[in-house]
Ligand binder design. Sequence first.
Ligand SMILES: [Zn+2]
Ligand SMILES: [Zn+2]
Ligand SMILES: [Zn+2]
Length: 201
Amino acid sequence: MTVALVPPITYGMGHVDADPLTTGPRYVRTGGMSRWHRPRAGIRWQDGRVVYTVWCGQQVGGLRAARPMVTADTVPDGLPVCGTCEGRAIGAGQDDQPTDRPPLLFGPRSLTPPRHCPGSRMDLYAPLPGGTAGRCLACQDTHPIRAMGGPYASRTGIVQHPPGAALFAPCPFHRWRHPRRAAPDSDLLACMCGRPLTAPQ
Ligand SMILES: [Zn+2]
Ligand SMILES: [Zn+2]
Ligand SMILES: [Zn+2]
C-alpha cells in the first residue's frame, strides 16, 4: 500500500529533469539508518533511481547504492520511527490521526495557493481595449493596470489581486513562484524550469 506524496518542491533547478512521484511507501530507510523515516516527496531520475525526501528533511535513496533502500507499509523490525517524520506526515494529512490523543497538525505553507496572485504587479497581462485594464495571464481575471516602479524604472503591471478561480496549476517543483511568458510575445505562461503553466483541468 502506498501513501500520497506532496510535490517535490525545490528552490533551484537541481532535479527538475526528474519525474515527480505522486505516491510512495509509508516507511523508508537505507541499510545504515537506525530508524525509519516517512517519505514526503519523491522523484524518479531518467535512469530509474528513486530518491525520497523524508519529512525530517533528509534524502533517502538514489546514490547510496551500497546500502539499498528498504521500504515498508508497517515497521517490520522493531526499529524506531523518526518522530519528526511521523508527526509531520500525520499532521499534514498523509496518514490517519491517532485516536487516543489530540490531532496532530502540520501545514507546509508552500503547498497552499498564494494569498496574492503570482501575476500581481507583473507585466504578465493581456491589455484590454482602452489601456486601463488587463487580463491576468496567471489567473485570467481582469484588473486595472498601473505604472509601477520609480521614475527611472517605469513599467506597467497589473495591480495586486487575489488569485482568480482559473489560477494556473502549480509546477511540481516551483509551485506558483516563477511564472513567465512561454515566449516573449506569448500569452501562455511557463515556469522557469520550462514546464507549461495552465489552469487545472
Ligand atoms: Zn525522519
Ligand atoms: Zn491573477
Ligand atoms: Zn518549475
